[in-house]
Each structure stands twice: as structure tokens, then as C-alpha cells.
Design a protein around this ligand. Structure first.
Ligand code: TRP
Length: 336
């Protein structure tokens, strides 16, 4: 029986928010802490960040913040291998080999690229306006991330499933040409992952500008929670949990019993102000300790860096020999 290998990347653009935590960080950390079941790779996808962000200061800052968040929230870096993509040169090398096996037509169908082309068409622009090669070949780089570590399971959000299928497709072609070297990965929707609504009720996302940063200082956290959209129902009027972002956020952080209790409060007409106060208390209780650790880590970037270097070393110990095998497989090796 082969052991399963789990791998996932976090694009480092921006500051981690509650939605990232409930959707990706929390389930990944839980998996890193539970004994048994496979090997875990988590990495900061800073090459991917360059596709969306060309502000060096922001890229640097985001890598720090995301790394600090994962460490502060209790990622077990003994069990999981935690590294920065750009510390692993083998990823870029494999990316080229894969790019030479990936059909351009397949990349044409990638959602992110197609959406950009369509947006250009709607604005009457040239179809390629503002589209970089980085955006176009994004799925090839992502395939390299995954295939280099022979990941069998890739926990991702639904929007990433297509990319995993592309990685399978590219791996299949590589194997067909060069022999059976690459493991075909599978997308997994992480167990316990929640899709969180943002302040306005749409999915919480930095691109919608509706997110609540995970480690806001207490006062600002309270302020942000007060901005969550509600309706005009008065205290005493029953409220519908199903269309309340406030309730959904509650549910993602509360125990089943607490969720039941809040459901009853909604039926009994809890005032919005009171519901917000309770949500603040719930979140603040859970976040106070990791927030302090997060601030500590940010104040000591060398500590973050040392963790990342340890991770890179472990990752490269596997990537190096495997990349050597692949170089040989495609005919890139010393002639004598
Ligand atoms: N593209 C992913 C996202 O935006 C991040 C990512 C990069 C990733 N490389 C990966 C996820 C490899 C899983 C596996 O969410």
C-alpha cells in the first residue's frame, strides 16, 4: 500500500481573512495535527502571487503574513512540510518540462484565462489585452507544484478543481511519452471546509473587498463585525438564519450546540446588535491566543524564515533526486 500524499498551495496576495481560515487553513492544520494518514505538504505560492500582484512590497509582506498565520494557528511543522515555492527551484524546472507536454488548447480552456479574455471582449478590447504569459501558463506551474511531490490528494476549493484535472491530464501525457514517472493527483474538497460569506453576503474574498482579516486587533474586529449586512427587522421579530451572513459565520466557528442555540435565538427575534456582540465574543475568544502569537512572529521575521528554510530543505531533499530522475527520463543529462 502506498501512503497518501496531501499537498496544497496558498497564493500569497493579501492578508489572510476569516474565509481563508475556515475554508483552507483550519482543515489543513487539523490534518497536520491528526496522527497517521499520509504525508502533508503546504506551501506559499509566491510565484503564483506574481501573476496577480506586481508590488514587491506587498508580495513580501503577504508571504510573511500568511506564513505567520499558519504557524500561529498551530501548523505542525514536524509532520507537515511547510515551504515557500520560490525556494524550490525544481518547481520551475519541472514547469518547463510539463509545459512542453501541455496542449495549448487545454490551457485555452482554463477558467481564469477564459474569464479574462471574455472581459476583454465585453469591453471591446483586444482579446489578449493585459493577459500575461504567467496567467496563461498558471495551470502548468500549478501542475509542477503538485507533480514534483507526487501528491495523490490536493485539498482545494471548488474553483481550483479544473486546475487539478489539468495537472492529471498533463501528467498523463508526460507518462505516455516518457514512461510512468508522475502520480496522477486528485482534487479533494477539504473535510470540514466552510465557504464563508463576507460582509455583504457574497463569498468572502479579497477581490470583493468584503473580507474580515483574521488577526484584526480586537477593536477593529468588533467594527468589522458591526458592518456585516443585516436587514431592517426589529428586535423581537423572528429572523431567518438561512439568509443571514452573520448566522453563517457563526455556524462556521461555533459548536453544533452553539449553532442550535443561535438558531433558536433567531427564531425568538434576537436583536441584530446582540447577535453581532455574540459573534464578536465567539471569534475573539478563538482568535486571542493565535493573534498574540501572530504578532510575535511578525515582529521576528527571522523566526518565520528559519521555519521556511527548514521546510525548503526537507522539500528539496525529495524534489532534487526526483527531478534528476525526470531530467534523465526526458534526455536532459550528461552525455558522458
Ligand atoms: N492556485 C491555488 C489557489 O489560488 C494555489 C495553488 C498554487 C495551489 N499551487 C497549488 C493549490 C498547488 C493546490 C496545489 O488557490
Amino acid at each position: 500500500m502506498t501512503e497518501s500524499t496531501h499537498l496544497t498551495g496558498i497564493t500569497t496576495t493579501g492578508t489572510p481573512h476569516l474565509g481563508n481560515y475556515a475554508g483552507a487553513i483550519r482543515p489543513a492544520i487539523a490534518a497536520s495535527q491528526s496522527g497517521g494518514c499520509g504525508r502533508h505538504f503546504y506551501f506559499l505560492a509566491d510565484y503564483h502571487a506574481l501573476i496577480k500582484c506586481q508590488d514587491p512590497q506587498r508580495v513580501r509582506q503577504s508571504v510573511r503574513e500568511v506564513a505567520a498565520a499558519w504557524l500561529a494557528l498551530g501548523l505542525n511543522t514536524e509532520r507537515a512540510i511547510f515551504y515557500r515555492q520560490s525556494d524550490i527551484p525544481e518547481i520551475l524546472e519541472l514547469s518547463w518540462l510539463l509545459g512542453c507536454c501541455a496542449a495549448k488548447g487545454l490551457m485555452n480552456r482554463a477558467h481564469a484565462y477564459k474569464d479574462a479574455v471574455q472581459a476583454n471582449a465585453q469591453r471591446g478590447e483586444d482579446p489578449d489585452f493585459g493577459i500575461s504569459m504567467g496567467l496563461f501558463s498558471y495551470p502548468v506551474l500549478m501542475a509542477a507544484d503538485i507533480l514534483l511531490f507526487r501528491a495523490s490528494e490536493v485539498p482545494v476549493g471548488r474553483d481550483q478543481i479544473q486546475h487539478i484535472e489539468m495537472a492529471r491530464d498533463i501528467a498523463g501525457r508526460f507518462n505516455h511519452i516518457y514512461g510512468d514517472h508522475l502520480v496522477l493527483p486528485q482534487a479533494r474538497i477539504a473535510a470540514g471546509a466552510a465557504v464563508l460569506p463576507g460582509l455583504d453576503g457574497r463569498k468572502m474574498s479579497k477581490s470583493y473587498n468584503n473580507s474580515i482579516p483574521l488577526f484584526l486587533p480586537e477593536k477593529q474586529l468588533r467594527k468589522a463585525i458591526n458592518k456585516i449586512k443585516t436587514n431592517l427587522l426589529e428586535p423581537g421579530e423572528p429572523k431567518d438564519p438561512a439568509d443571514s451572513p452573520l448566522f453563517q459565520i457563526w455556524q462556521a466557528f461555533a459548536s453544533p450546540e452553539q449553532t442550535q442555540a443561535m438558531r433558536a435565538e433567531f427564531a425568538a427575534g434576537i436583536a441584530w446588535g446582540e447577535a453581532k456582540q455574540r459573534l464578536f465574543d465567539l471569534l475573539n475568544t478563538q482568535l486571542t491566543a493565535p493573534r498574540a502569537r501572530y504578532q510575535e512572529l511578525l515582529a521576528d521575521p527571522a523566526q518565520i524564515e528559519s521555519k521556511l528554510q527548514q521546510g525548503a530543505q526537507r522539500a528539496r531533499a525529495q524534489a532534487g533526486p526526483f527531478m534528476q530522475q525526470l531530467r534523465k527520463a526526458v534526455g536532459l543529462c550528461r552525455v558522458a
